[in-house]
Design a protein around this ligand. Structure first.
Ligand SMILES: [Zn+2]
Length: 186
């Protein structure tokens, strides 16, 4: 079978882990993984799920195919799923063939992020929605930091947290935004 990513190599039988068979491209090193094989590996190893190396300070070199992939089995377009808000990596799913494409190094990356036993949840809408929300919140964070300056923004954040806990929050806020809170003239 021809590689869906580099389209130069051939997929050869190999394994990602013990009990986890896959097909690996002999050119780009990407992996074609059947969901059924993944799920049976997941059920065999679920009790060892904590063995994922979740130390995030080591940088894992992983390839990333940004172009759309065509499923090598069915010829249909595969869908990309972002793995987390901290990583730009996306894994490709063929819903027609029930198979996953992982670029070279992405399996190690998934293990490092503690996601190797959670691949099926990555493909769900709530998980993807959560990532989008985290990304949006990160964008706002950057925007405010840029707008106010780092130090002022930190002060504002601390103050906001404090203000949110006050019973008289609304009155305090009115006091703050009033042009002159000591004048009766509006
Ligand atoms: Zn390839």
């Amino acid at each position: 079978m021809k590689c869906p990513s580099c389209q130069q190599g051939e997929l050869k039988y190999s394994q990602l882990e013990e009990f986890l068979p896959c097909q690996t491209c002999n050119h780009c090193g990407g992996n074609w993984l059947l969901l059924i094989d993944y799920l049976s590996w997941q059920s065999v190893t679920k009790f060892a799920a904590t063995t994922d190396e979740t130390h995030t300070n080591t940088t894992i070199e992983a390839d990333e195919s940004s172009h759309a992939l065509i499923c090598p089995v069915t010829g249909t377009l595969m869908t990309k799923y972002r793995i987390s808000s901290k990583s730009t990596h996306k894994i490709d799913l063929s819903t027609a063939a029930n198979a996953i494409w992982l670029d070279k190094g992405e399996w190690v990356l998934l293990k490092q992020q503690g996601l190797s036993h959670k691949l099926n949840s990555i493909f769900t809408e709530p998980y993807q929605k959560h990532i989008r929300e985290e990304l949006a919140s990160k964008t706002f964070e950057e925007l405010y930091q840029h707008q106010f300056g780092k130090e002022a923004y930190q002060q504002l954040k601390t103050f906001r947290t404090w203000l949110d806990k006050q019973d008289k929050r609304a009155a305090m806020l009115a006091y703050l935004i009033a042009e002159d809170p000591y004048s009766a003239i509006r």
